[in-house]
Write a protein that binds this ligand. Structure first.
Ligand SMILES: [Zn+2]
Ligand SMILES: [Zn+2]
Length: 212
């Protein structure tokens, strides 16, 4: 079964998630935006073997620590979708603009497409392409754990911003309704910022997507 621990990182309190297979203790880290010491000590305390980096999208608070973490442990980088190449290329500029430590660009070992799967230990997660907040945004869904790691697509009571370059509001709404809702109302999602919720709860009460 898939287990996870969310570690807020960076001044934007981005929900970096460490996910692992409880059979093998092999782990992946989703969106290591920064504060690598926090991530490393959580991995150590849990007794996990960190083997992969997975990215939902390439905004600085999600991807800023990727190159350094990959280098430190020789980890492969999986994701996001190629639509976010321009955000990866602009990481150094993003870090300057938001006052983050200088982030290096990187080349993903594997780009992700809609319908792909990723695996950590014996746990397999489905990948959905969910553009709108960024063109290359993806989410990771574990049907067995009924959990989805959705980055900045959907929040408890909110949705991702679409006023950045490449953002698209109608596209974001259709990513939510066409690609997240089918995961089921009882699926718990871990957003890029703020607290967890379920898709059912958001369909009932989120003012941006209520009743969709
Ligand atoms: Zn973002
Ligand atoms: Zn974010």
């Amino acid at each position: 079964m898939l287990k996870y621990l969310t570690v807020p990182v960076t001044p934007f309190a981005q929900n970096c998630s460490i996910v692992w297979c409880d059979q093998t203790l092999q782990a992946a880290v989703i969106d290591p935006g920064g504060d690598l010491d926090k991530i490393e000590s959580a991995v150590r305390e849990l007794g996990l073997k960190l083997e992969q980096i997975w990215l939902t999208h390439a905004h600085i608070d999600h991807a800023g620590g990727t190159a350094e973490l990959a280098k430190r442990y020789g980890l492969p980088i999986t994701g996001p979708h190629p639509g976010d190449q321009f955000w990866i290329d602009g990481l150094a500029q993003q870090s300057q603009m938001f006052g983050f430590p200088k982030a290096e660009p990187f080349t993903p070992s594997r780009w992700l497409q809609d319908g792909d799967t990723v695996q950590v230990g014996e746990s397999v997660l489905n990948v959905r392409h969910t553009p709108g907040h960024t063109p290359g945004h993806v989410v990771f869904h574990s049907p067995e754990a009924k959990r989805a790691f959705v980055g900045d697509v959907l929040f408890s009571g909110g949705i991702g911003r679409t006023d950045f370059p490449g953002g698209n509001h109608p596209e974001l709404i259709s990513s939510i309704t066409q690609r997240l809702w089918p995961m089921g109302d009882d699926t718990v999602f871990i957003p890029g910022h703020g607290s967890e919720s379920t898709f059912g709860q958001e369909r009932r009460s989120n003012p941006f997507v209520r009743g969709t």
